[in-house]
Design a protein around this ligand. Structure first.
Ligand code: ATP
Ligand code: MG
Length: 315
């Protein structure tokens, strides 16, 4: 079986992490000092938070790293009691390394309720003599202030296009892929700076051919043709709701596209469609609302139809 590329190409060392230079410099200083405070890593998915936590530990402890690094996922472990017990058990054993503390990495810390976070805060204090916590989250606003104030906060940035391009080219070279410029651009655009997502699209593309064209990427990333999305929006803008709905059904049911992907593409395409600026602004505002609802778990078909109905009725 083929190895998953996101793991195969996960950087081992801090210096190999793409982008995030300022953060990496500070993490390297912790390694040099053999000391660090509790850390909070915040930022969108797939941009190097877990990778940096692991690379930091590898550099801090060398070969012993896995004995000194304990990973928990806040959303997997049901309830703070399970977390507390696991942390207690782990923290009880002393560290064999000269560093004097072990690292507890907690992913998706923002999925804990405020009550669970309050309990976590006490746990952090109780074990801070021999453990340092690295908390990772997508939204630091969901982390209670008392925890934030006990941590050095690092805001990971979405990777710049140039870094993403270099990443794609690195993998293409390693895997001997022939990838067109258009395919790279499309990957950069649909990946939205998320290297995990981009790497997965690339691996799926490469599973059928080593000649990666725009069309190959489009199929593996399951994205609609820009023309289809443009026609869909144009229908709605012209007030032709039934036509727009028919196209939407085809994208969701026949092509199997997800609501979130369709909405992102509508957002991209709207800029290309000739409509009066004021109208465009209203539509963009409405897209924002629908996207928010989808992320919060609303029904995608209903939300997209509501969006199209709204556009159609205002035109
Ligand atoms: N900055 C980066 N440099 C190099 N590779 C990266 C970077 N960010 C992500 N990757 C690639 O994507 C994969 C996933 O990254 P990582 O686990 O660090 O994401 P994350 O920021 O922790 O995301 P999440 O919020 O979903 O946990 C890595 O294994 C690696 O292949
Ligand atoms: Mg992670």
């Amino acid at each position: 079986m083929q190895e998953i590329w996101t793991e195969k190409y996960r950087p081992e060392r801090l210096d190999e992490v793409y982008g995030q230079q300022r953060i990496i410099e500070r993490l390297k200083a912790y390694v040099d000092e053999k000391s660090m405070p509790h850390l909070l890593f915040a930022g969108p998915a797939g941009i190097g938070k877990t990778t940096s936590a692991i690379a930091l530990s590898k550099e801090m402890y060398g070969d012993d790293w896995s004995a000194n690094f304990f990973e928990l996922n806040a959303s997997d472990e049901r309830g703070i009691d399970v977390i507390r017990n696991k942390i207690k058990e782990y923290a009880r054993t002393s560290t064999s390394s000269e560093i004097g503390f072990k690292i507890i990495f907690m992913d998706e810390a923002d999925s804990l309720t405020p009550e669970a976070q309050a309990a976590l805060r006490r746990t952090m204090e109780k074990y801070s003599h021999n453990c340092r916590f690295i908390l990772s989250c997508n939204y630091s606003s969901k982390i209670i202030d008392p925890i934030q104030s006990r941590c050095a906060v690092f805001r990971f940035r979405t990777l710049l296009k140039e870094d993403v391009r270099k990443w794609i080219e690195m993998i293409a070279k390693e895997e001997e892929l022939d990838i067109s410029d258009e395919a790279k651009e499309l990957l950069i655009r649909v990946g939205g700076g998320d290297l995990r997502r981009i790497t997965n699209f690339l691996q799926i593309s490469a599973s059928t051919t080593s000649e990666i064209t725009e069309e190959v990427v489009r199929q593996s990333a399951n994205i609609a043709r820009p023309e289809d999305i443009r026609e869909l929006v144009q229908n709605a803008v012209n007030g032709e709701f039934r036509e727009a709905k028919k196209k939407l059904d085809r994208l969701i049911i026949e092509d199997g596209l997800s609501g979130e992907d369709i909405i992102k593409q509508i957002h991209d395409e709207i800029y290309e469609i000739p409509i009066e600026t004021r109208k465009k602004m209203k539509i963009i505002d409405r897209i924002g609302e629908a996207e928010f609802r989808l992320v919060e778990g609303a029904d995608e078909q209903i939300q997209l139809e509501a969006l199209l109905a709204d556009i159609a009725s205002k035109s």
